[in-house]
Design a protein around this ligand. Structure first.
Ligand code: AMP
Ligand code: GLY
Length: 454
């Protein structure tokens, strides 16, 4: 099937959002890659490269048979399974069984994302720092458990994938009991759920979130970078939770000392633990972490693992990789990254997500409206544009979703990177004032730098 030619290779990227777009871009930079197929892909994937990018908008990331057919027909050299539903559907397993080279975790290894109950049990076995949790198999079990707990803040979480909506905060036991009842609305995903203590410092202070990304072949791993997402829809971290309105990288809260702790207490143990379990993890592992203050010192905890790059985190981490992504992907697929000399460019990056007004709620009024300025924004020095919910018709761009595009700025520091990103964002608009974006991405680190704390 996959003939290993040194030039002229076709790579398949399984994802349709900004994450898929930055991966397409990075594979296109490889001298070994001639063309890219993105499934489902999006209409902006051709924006940064002259190499042909073919998209398949009608194919779902979980349509394993269709994806297998394309890989066979097109004599594909490497498949990058970059999306959580595809991992859960066992796409990596199916392609691998057919002799196709794949970077991405098997369904079993990916259980660390798609089953939160399993992930917490695994964390317990491996001794990873994580909040106290209780796995509940029924509503009654959850309610009974809460009755016997001192009043406090909790998170109630559907165990299986619930389109990113299965995590509900509760500020006391009474609210937690209501959230337990709400688990039913997630159907099968919420049949098993977790009641988890709200992580906080021992003085009650809130933690600061970060995410760290490693590439691993199941035995060796390499930390590629870290980022800080901004999940709330509005400035000042207000409004509803979203898939992420922007990120900055690297997050300054992760000092060298803390990153060492993250590696020793979490990442190293996770990779070895998965291997020990007979689920060697191949691909990108994403640690969603939080640092909290205990006895006057910051310590990292596991909030979750994801079996993929983050979105929009990938947009600020993947471009920092100096290595040829095709060579890295092949090494992962062959199960040995030990000979790769991983290098990153050390630049700071900020990504700002452009969304439809109303997102993550109702944004139907924005659908079909024209988007202006994407090509001009791309011309700003040190800026890249990546797409998601955008339709291209006769060379013009139109809204086709809630998350539309991503503007990435790079620089020596987060201040410079952020200034670039917003300079580019300022030339983009949507008919009827339908563009929404946050104006404060990277605020924590910009403040830190202003105060001279770093
Ligand atoms: P998730 O949907 O799993 O990404 O969780 C959504 C958000 O809830 C996370 O980004 C954290 O901000 C927060 N969160 C989840 N679990 C906890 C926890 N145990 N303690 C504090 N914050 C949490
Ligand atoms: N930005 C959060 C995620 O990719 O899950």
């Amino acid at each position: 099937m996959s003939k290993k030619r040194s030039v002229g290779n076709t790579v398949v990227v399984v994802d349709g959002g900004g994450r898929g777009s930055v991966l397409v871009d990075k594979y296109a930079e490889s001298q070994h890659v001639e063309r890219i197929i993105a499934i489902p892909g999006n209409d902006l994937m051709q924006i940064n490269t002259d190499k042909p990018v073919e998209i398949h908008p009608q194919i779902k990331t979980t349509s394993t048979t269709d994806i297998l057919d394309i890989c066979k027909q097109e004599d594909v050299a490497l498949v990058d399974v970059a999306q959580d539903n595809a991992v859960e559907a066992g796409l990596v397993d199916i392609l691998t069984q057919k002799g196709i080279l794949v970077t991405g975790p098997t369904r079993n290894a990916g259980q660390i994302e798609w089953d939160k109950a399993w992930a917490r049990e695994f964390g317990k076995i491996e001794g990873l720092p994580q909040p106290f949790f209780k796995i509940c198999l029924s509503t009654e079990e959850g309610l009974e458990f809460l009755k016997n707990q001192p009043d406090q803040r909790w998170f109630i979480k559907a165990a299986l994938l619930a389109e990113g909506k299965g995590v509900l905060p509760a500020k006391n036991n009474e609210e937690a009991a209501q959230r337990v009842l709400e688990m039913r609305k997630f159907g099968d995903a919420g049949k098993v759920f977790l009641i988890e203590k709200w992580l906080q410092g021992d003085d009650g202070s809130v933690g600061e979130e970060f995410s760290t990304y490693i590439l691993t072949d199941g035995q060796h791993y390499k930390i590629i970078g870290s980022a800080q997402d901004h999940k709330r829809v509005n400035d000042f971290d207000e409004g509803e939770n979203t898939g992420g309105m922007g990120c900055s990288a690297p997050p300054l809260v992760l000092t060298e000392e803390l990153l060492k702790e993250v590696e020793a207490k979490i990442l190293c143990k996770a990779v070895l633990g998965l291997n020990k379990e007979g689920r060697p993890y191949k691909g990108v592992l994403y640690l969603g972490g939080m640092v909290v203050k205990q006895k006057g010192k910051l310590h990292p905890y596991v909030i979750e693992f994801n079996a993929r790059w983050g979105d929009p985190e990938a947009q600020v981490i993947v471009p920092s990789l100096v290595n040829d992504l095709y060579e890295v992907g092949l090494a992962v697929a062959h199960g040995d990254i030990s000979k790769i000399d991983f290098k990153t460019d050390g630049k700071a990056r900020v990504v700002v997500a452009g969304a439809s007004r109303g997102y993550p709620g109702d944004y139907s009024q924005a659908i079909g409206k024209e988007i202006y300025g994407l090509e001009d924004a791309k011309k700003v020095d040190g800026v890249k544009i990546y797409g998601a919910g955008v339709k291209k018709i006769n060379g013009r761009y139109y809204v086709s979703g809630g998350r539309l595009f991503y503007v990435v700025g790079e620089g020596k520091t987060v201040v410079e990177a952020r200034q670039k990103a917003y300079e580019a964002m300022s030339v983009i608009s949507i008919d009827g004032n339908n563009l929404h974006f946050r104006t404060d991405i990277g605020w924590r680190d910009v403040e830190r730098l202003r105060k001279g704390k770093y």
